[in-house]
Design a binder for this molecule. Structure first.
Ligand SMILES: [Zn+2]
Length: 476
């Protein structure tokens, strides 16, 4: 046995329950869990590494179903803005000055903060995602679901177009991206930590013809199609302009046979009840990004509605400029609180349900539930330990009920994580990265971000977003 964690509280999350074990031990050999159960009668001493789990809780690593880490150096660069300004006047003028090296550095920073706060699986959605996987995710030893962004919007006049003016498509652009997407399956076929999805960006950014082609390929590969769906006003304006008044993304996807269990739909906030129903009926999966959509659109993502309809749902953090960071502890709390407020019902989305949403439910959406998401013998060893002696988790009560279940969701910050094991390997031990130089990444990120903002300053001012006026008024 390679690693044993003993004398710990364990949440297995198996069998649709929390699976609470007191004084438990978890044993790991190679990449897999070989024992999870009571400490008594199990010899942990034969393990190469023995971790004393007393005053700790062990649970499955968290699953981030939708993340773009590439713009991480622009954290704090676009928020408190009208939705219609966020892209073109907010983040756009800054993003123009981000280089390929900045993308890698930003991604390192994003993965770093996410692992530190318990994320072990990342569903990364990016252009040239192969590079991010090789340069960032694999060196960090994280599990990654790689999705290549496929976008056919012609670059020639996009920047000058208003949301009501139809974007032109350039199918050759789509073909190049699709080839890159297909290549991922070959390049990473023997890599245990990597699985791949297809990533048509959105129905207003890819032609129907290309989408149909991608659907066939996804089904052939036994993979799925990960797409932004019904993201709000700009998408609706484009869809009506292209397909006619009264049309919507979900109506078209349904009519074109593009809803099904091969589809993972992100966001979905511009959908009505019948559209949500048909998506769940056709077994399409849904991902919501609570902090991101609240910050950028002022909207609560419809995770609760999809969940109550019986759909498979997961959560993600999207990108850092806007919502701030990639901490899934914050996302569990945020979506629970927003949903309680929206439903005017404090029983909506209770703590236990949030723990499942951020683990096994997310794994199911990504098609990884046979491998990860619960602590069971034979599953991959993706595990986090939480220090219960932290002030935010004190006191720890287990009779007459376990108060640490609500406390993990509503009080913990994520920094109570002590150890992170991914694919059987200790990535974080006692709060310190085992192989990654955290300090250097943070230092470099600060230096480089300063340069980006300096280079972008004139473009940013000229774009004239609300933030520019806030600066003039001494508010930013
Ligand atoms: Zn996205």
């Amino acid at each position: 046995m390679d690693i044993a964690i003993h004398n710990s509280w364990i949440l297995t999350l198996a069998n649709e329950k929390l699976g609470i074990i007191k004084d438990g031990t978890l044993g790991i050999e190679g990449k897999k869990i070989i024992y999870v159960g009571p400490s008594e009668g199990f010899n942990h001493r034969s393990a190469d590494i023995v971790i004393d789990g007393s005053n700790h809780l062990i649970m499955p690593g968290l699953v981030n179903c939708h993340i773009h880490t590439s713009m991480q150096l622009l954290r704090g660069g676009a928020q408190d803005l009208p939705e219609i300004e966020w892209m073109n006047k907010g983040i756009g003028p800054l993003a123009k000055h981000v280089t390929d090296d900045d993308i890698l550095l930003g991604s390192q920073l994003g993965v770093l903060e996410a692992v530190r706060t318990g994320t072990t699986t990342f569903s990364e959605y990016a252009r040239n995602v192969e590079n991010l996987v090789k340069e960032v995710y694999l060196p960090f030893n994280t599990r990654v679901v790689a999705t290549e962004t496929i976008n056919e919007v012609s670059q020639t006049n996009k920047a000058s177009l208003k949301p009501t003016e139809l974007y032109e498509f350039d199918q050759s652009k789509g073909e190049i991206a699709l080839k890159k997407n297909e290549k991922l399956f070959r390049v990473f076929q023997n890599e245990d930590l990597v699985t791949c999805l297809y990533g048509p960006q959105a129905l207003d950014m890819v032609s129907l013809q290309t989408l149909q082609q991608i659907k066939e390929k996804a089904i052939d590969q036994n993979s799925r199609m990960h797409i932004h769906v019904a993201q709000g006003r700009r998408e609706r304006l484009q869809i009506e302009e292209r397909f006619g008044k009264g049309e919507s993304t979900v109506k078209i996807l349904n009519r074109e046979n593009l809803l099904g269990d091969f589809l993972i739909a992100v966001h979905c906030h511009d959908t009505d009840d019948s559209e949500k129903e048909v998506m769940v009926y056709k077994r399409s999966k849904m991902i919501g990004c609570p902090s991101s959509i609240t910050m950028i659109d002022g909207i609560i993502p419809p995770i609760y509605s999809f969940s109550k309809l019986g759909g498979d749902v997961g959560i993600g953090t999207d990108q850092a400029p806007g919502p701030g960071n990639h901490n899934l502890f914050r996302e569990m709390r945020t979506i629970s609180m927003l949903t309680k407020s929206m439903m005017r019902d404090p029983t909506a989305f209770p703590a236990w349900e949030m723990l499942r949403l951020a683990t096994i439910q997310g794994a199911k959406v990504l098609g990884l539930d046979n491998d990860i998401g619960t602590l069971e013998v034979g599953k991959k060893a993706d595990i986090v330990t939480i220090n219960l002696l932290d002030s935010f988790l004190t006191p720890v009560i287990s009779n007459p009920f376990h108060n640490f279940i609500p406390n993990i969701v509503y009080s913990a910050t994520g920094k109570e994580i002590d150890d992170v094991i991914i694919d059987g390997k200790l990535v974080l031990r006692n709060g310190k990265f085992t192989e990654i130089d955290e300090e250097t990444i943070i230092k470099k990120a600060n230096l480089r971000a300063k340069e980006i903002y300096e280079n972008a300053a004139e473009d940013w001012k000229e774009a004239g977003s609300k933030m520019v006026r806030d600066v003039k008024a001494g508010l930013l």
